[in-house]
Design a protein around this ligand. Structure first.
Ligand code: S3P
Length: 428
């Protein structure tokens, strides 16, 4: 059980060498691709949160044999044709990635599937994935406003050229998974590049996918080969520890075996522009993904202008905490998507930094943070894991005792964050 209210007394420097839990985005994909493959896929170091468990359970309910405990899974893939109708609606919990990617799987299966989720997920936009899948031939009913629950009556799919309205790694992956089942050629074009794990992994797994350019992917019918993968650490989880170390004097932290996909570590560039001392060292490759270490030492930070495009969108809560501890003004712009994440992150981040006692104002597409001298506070997670984690990072750096309410939201991505933080701050 994870406590729902926690107290943290700062400031406590972070020192030593650690690993962070396996990457959430790659974990979802590894499970899904394993199910498409014909044969045994062996995964270790899977992301530990409820989100990844939702994808795993969803695949089990579709008839995929998955064994193994904790962060291990062996997926006995028998190809997409072996999937069968689930007995009940599939509950995707808080996981937008599970719902959107799974929609692309069941869109082409000859049975009905209902996808639903928690209060936050059924309020999030799904038309962005429903419309492309409908264009490929799937029959999908959505609730009012294009939201979940989604009732998907799978149909034979036809490849199309799909122009996405938003850059989205999740929707792109859904269309690719539909394209692997479709007759003909499917092409996905995005208005801007989004995270590219699907492309890197599927190319490494010999699936019929071609990257035309950084915004266009082409896919034809086929499947990946089965594989073995030790998941690298999640850079979005690492971002919280990197910010914690950057803003807490006396810190000197090395994070090992982290996924260093360039589309996932842009937060490092932002922090460097703000004055942080961070080194990134690629050491090896896993399924086309660079993996290595991130080293960070505390340094005085200053305000910057930050474009919140897709590669940085998940790190905005952590970066806003860095901005609160920085000298001067940080302006987060171009982030209207922040409104439709696990919480309205413009509102919830604004509340977090305001609680710290620094100046902040909302903007239609972001917020302005006037860095100052943050004070301990009581924070609320709004049921959003990344808001809870950002609050813990702020609490660890602020001088005195802070409280985080709604802490249990961290279950979806980083359930043991506080234990790991305690272990790191103890290593002095
Ligand atoms: C993800 C893509 C992003 C990101 C999410 C994970 C992925 O969402 O915010 O946490 O794994 O592809 P969008 O697809 O909405 O951009």
């Amino acid at each position: 059980m994870i406590a729902d209210v926690v107290s943290i007394t700062g400031p406590r420097p972070l020192r030593g060498r650690r690993r962070v839990p396996g990457d959430k985005g790659m974990s979802h994909r590894a499970l899904l691709f394993g199910a498409f493959a014909g044969g045994e896929t062996v995964l270790t170091g899977l992301g530990p949160g409820d989100d990844v468990a939702r994808t795993r359970d969803a695949l089990s309910s579709l008839g995929v044999a998955i064994t193994g405990d904790g962060d291990r899974a062996t997926v006995s893939g028998r190809g997409i044709d072996a999937l069968h109708a689930p007995d009940t609606a599939i509950d995707c919990g808080n996981s937008g990635t599970t719902m959107r990617m799974l929609a692309g799987v069941v869109a082409g299966r000859p049975f009905p599937t209902v996808l639903t989720g928690d209060e936050s997920l059924v309020a999030r936009p799904m038309a962005r994935v429903v419309n492309p899948l409908r264009a490929m031939g799937a029959e999908i009913e959505a609730a009012e406003g294009g939201r979940a629950p989604l009732v998907i009556r799978g149909q034979p799919l036809t490849g199309r050229r799909i122009a996405l309205e938003q850059a989205s790694g999740q929707v792109k992956t859904a269309v690719v998974l539909a394209g692997l089942q479709a007759r003909g050629t499917t092409e996905v074009v995005e208005p801007a590049p989004s995270r590219d794990h699907t492309e890197r992994m599927l190319v490494a797994l010999d699936a019929p996918l071609q990257r035309i350019d950084d915004r266009t992917v082409r896919v034809t019918q086929g499947r990946p080969r089965p594989f073995e993968l030790e998941l690298p650490g999640d850079p979005s989880s690492a971002a919280f520890l990197v910010v914690a170390a950057a803003i807490t004097p006396g810190s000197d932290l090395v994070l090992e075996h982290v996924l260093l996909n360039p589309g996932r570590i842009e937060f490092v560039e932002v922090l460097r522009r703000m004055g942080a001392t961070i080194e990134v060292e690629p050491r090896e490759e896993r399924l086309g993904e660079p993996v290595g270490t991130i080293s960070v030492r505390a340094a005085p930070l200053h305000g910057e202008r930050v474009a919140c495009h897709e590669p940085i969108i998940d790190e905005v809560p952590a970066l806003a905490v860095a901005a609160a501890f920085a000298d001067g003004v940080t302006e987060f712009h171009d982030g209207a998507e922040l409104r439709v994440k696990e919480s309205d992150r413009i509102g919830s981040v604004l509340e977090l930094v305001t609680a710290l006692g620094v100046g902040a104002e909302p903007r239609a597409d972001g917020l302005v943070v006037r860095g100052g001298t943050p004070q301990p506070a009581t924070f609320r997670s709004h049921g959003d894991h990344r808001i809870a984690l950002a609050a813990a990072v702020a609490a660890n750096a602020a001088p005195g005792t802070s409280t985080v309410e709604g802490w249990s939201a961290v279950a979806v991505s980083y359930p043991r964050f506080l234990d790991e933080l305690e272990a790191i701050v103890a290593e002095r």
